[in-house]
Design a protein around this ligand. Structure first.
Ligand SMILES: [Zn+2]
Length: 727
């Protein structure tokens, strides 16, 4: 067993730290020593001091302090008392005003007031010893209120979460299936596609990791990670996506407020609970103090964790079930995740909606954090003294996975997911989205407010939906990974394939919540109110159409789901998992997945009411016709294969070709059904689909028989000649 179990790979010589004890540990760390070394517990002689910049609003300062001080518990655990101290810089009293936050001698928590929603915790370490010399945390407060500005930027990011370098490279050749393109404003698509195409000149398909800057604090998510023991630099996104949760909570508070007002009007206001009284009194930026305060503390604790030498731990969210998290046993008593170093969503169970509500954020550092500090900062004489600490590596509460695991097969190595069963969590998020949708017109938009708020409210629910769908990405074809070495206590194999049942559950969740019209909750009434405000001083609003582009947006989400299910990495993993699983054990297979997707997308061919279809009341809805067309295009492309594609594409190509034949038979059979009188839309759509399949099968045949060196030139020529499909 080795320290890298905890702190991952990198250049271990950077982790050397020499002070009174000369042990080598795989971490950058501060020089913190007991004032009285002989004592089991002693105050430290050189505490780590953080100054809270005077720009921090007074109402938030105590919460910033609380986030820093959370870590003292982890140091107390190893006998280092009061290891961290906080001092307030204050303009009114001039306290510490002579200290410049840029001065390397002082560690500052800086507070910037702007519309950026980020928080970072960079530090400077001696490269020879790994001793951390200076750290500054920079918080911006935009995440508390700015989600609307970033909505259009975040949606594609949510949909791309967890995609592998291979998938990034594949999307280069298939920009029409790239969520970043499909979810962009139509007028921006060519530009986005161009940018992506340029990015693919870089290694690994232009995956963000491949063009990260290892030396600087950059703007990209993996900057400053390469070659580092600790997360000393880099762009931390812990605050970034919290803005979505924050916006949803504002929505929820609006609804709760509405309900309370109604109750008061009806004369039921006298028995209000003390908590509701408090809600009205202590609003911070329009949000109750008891809600936003602990979230600031939780975020600060995360960033301070980076400055103590810790990296992200994206498995930490998975140690308890949703029921446990929202139970009396855990609420207020212990942290609901293994670490504050995860990107934890705000735990929204919403008691206002009849559910038990646990803590919204982490109330203290988690068991993994305690363990990591014990490893990094324990006073020991020799390295072997750390063995008992390392021996705990397989305790479930200490599960660990970091940035470079997020695009691998482990579904728990995931940012923004939650609880031991993330599929269950995704369901609860979908429920939240649906519950909120029905209240948009009545309750969310208030008298005197612009109807643009209806579009904003719907956008929030669509973001929740996209995030829930995206959480399922790595369950299909997934495998749980652990870093145990041979002989570690309680170590299982390093790779465990995700059970067939869980994979099916994830697949069905995606199908149900992205391919079914009902999943989007759109009604003519709602759509007629989803307008926009146009202000020339906010260009992004001015460029929006006043009517919401229904088909384009829904197709964008559906195309992203199809990309998530039918990309080469996911399909390759499914194919490999079949091999990894003993024959007598159940495992999901490529034919099963392809058939399930096809049957759900073309279900109208199986189950339709005879007759009486009109263009106004079509056999297949407009959204579903689009989806079917999209699916068909992907099947045709998959049936072609190409010489660069991965090994799993060869069987896929065969399977898909036979699927296309079956689909054509079914479509032709439906069209010949004498009882059926399809409407003009559905009739044209189905006949066209049949012709396209026929051409594709012919083209594929010619292509495959003449294909020697590979390359898609022949097929493209044929398709273009037919004028059917221009790349
Ligand atoms: Zn972070």
């Amino acid at each position: 067993m080795s320290a890298s179990v905890i702190f991952t790979t990198g250049y271990s010589d950077l982790g050397k730290y020499q002070a009174d004890d000369v042990t080598t540990r795989y971490i950058n760390r501060w020089h913190i020593e007991k004032a009285a070394p002989s004592l089991k517990e002693s105050p430290v002689k050189n505490p780590l001091i953080f100054y809270v910049e005077h720009t921090t609003p007074i109402r938030y300062r105590r919460w910033v302090r609380e986030g820093v001080m959370m870590w003292n518990k982890a140091f107390e655990n190893i006998g280092l008392l009061n290891a961290i101290e906080v001092r307030y810089q204050d303009a009114a009293t001039q306290a510490h005003m002579e200290k410049n936050p840029e001065d390397v001698r002082y560690n500052f928590i800086r507070w910037l007031n702007n519309n950026v929603g980020t928080a970072i915790g960079p530090s400077r370490a001696n490269p020879m010893t790994g001793q951390i010399l200076d750290a500054d945390i920079i918080l911006t407060d935009g995440w508390i209120r700015h989600f609307w500005r970033k909505f259009n930027e975040e949606l594609p990011k949510l949909a791309m979460e967890g995609f592998s370098p291979e998938t990034h490279a594949w999307l280069k050749n298939n920009p029409q299936w790239d969520p970043r393109v499909r979810l962009a404003h139509p007028s921006n698509r060519a530009m986005v596609a161009n940018e992506i195409a340029h990015g693919h000149d870089l290694a690994f398909g232009g995956h963000p990791l491949a063009h990260s800057d290892p030396t600087m604090i950059g703007d990209d998510e993996f900057d400053g990670l390469v070659g580092r023991t600790s997360q000393v630099n880099g762009f931390c996104q812990a605050a970034d996506f919290r803005s979505l949760d924050m916006a949803v909570m504002r929505f929820a508070f609006d609804l709760m407020q509405m309900r309370d007002d109604t109750a008061e009007e009806e004369g039921e206001g006298n028995d209000e609970t003390p908590k509701k009284e408090q809600e009205k009194e202590d609003l911070l930026d329009g949000i109750p103090d008891w809600f936003v305060g602990p979230l600031i503390a939780d975020l600060v604790a995360h960033e301070v964790g980076h400055t103590l030498g810790l990296r992200h731990n994206f498995k930490a969210s998975s140690i308890y079930t949703l029921e446990e998290i929202n139970s009396e046993e855990i609420k207020g008593n212990k942290p609901f995740a293994g670490s504050v170093m995860d990107y934890l969503p705000v735990n929204m169970h919403l008691e206002g909606f009849g559910e038990e509500q646990g803590d919204y954020g982490m109330i203290e550092v988690g068991p993994y954090d305690m363990w990591a500090i014990e490893y990094g900062y324990s006073t020991v004489k020799k390295e072997s003294d750390l063995k008992p600490v390392l021996a705990r590596v397989n305790e479930p509460q200490l599960a660990y996975a970091t940035d470079e695991d997020t695009y691998g097969p482990d579904p728990f190595a995931r940012r923004y997911d939650f609880a031991k069963d993330p599929i269950n969590y995704a369901r609860s998020q979908m429920k939240l989205a649906k519950d909120h949708r029905v209240s948009i017109l009545d309750k969310f938009v208030k008298d005197g407010q612009s109807w643009a708020k209806a579009r904003y409210g719907y956008g929030l629910t669509l973001s929740l939906q996209t995030r829930s769908l995206s959480m399922m990405g790595n369950w299909l074809g997934g495998a749980f990974i652990n870093r145990s070495k041979k002989g570690d206590p309680n170590a299982g194999p390093p790779i465990t394939v995700v059970g067939a049942g869980k994979q099916r559950e994830a697949l069905r969740f995606v199908i149900k919540n992205s391919f079914d019209d009902k999943a989007f909750g759109l009604t003519p009434e709602l759509l007629r109110h989803m307008s926009t405000d146009k202000w020339m001083d906010d260009f992004r609003s001015a460029i929006q159409d006043s009517t919401w582009p229904i088909h384009d947006r829904i197709m964008g989400i559906q195309a992203s789901s199809l990309t998530m299910l039918m990309n080469p990495t996911t399909m390759g993993r499914v194919y490999d998992n079949e091999f990894l699983t003993p024959e007598d054990e159940d495992m999901i297979t490529l034919p099963e997945i392809l058939a399930e997707i096809r049957d759900s997308i073309w279900s109208e061919l199986e189950d339709f009411e005879d007759g009486k279809f009109t263009a106004r009341r079509p056999m297949i809805s407009s959204l579903r016709r689009n989806l079917q067309r999209e699916h068909l295009e992907r099947l045709i492309d998959l049936s072609m294969g190409d010489s660069y594609s991965s090994a799993s594409y060869k069987p896929i190509s065969n399977l898909v070709t036979s699927q296309l034949r079956k689909l054509k038979n079914k479509i032709d059979g439906t069209l010949k059904d004498s009882d059926l009188n399809p409407d003009p839309y559905s009739a044209a759509h189905l006949s066209e689909a049949s012709v396209r399949i026929e051409k594709a099968l012919d083209a594929d045949y010619i292509y495959n028989t003449s294909d020697i060196g590979g390359g898609g030139g022949a097929i493209r020529f044929i398709m273009e000649e037919e004028g059917k499909r221009l790349k």
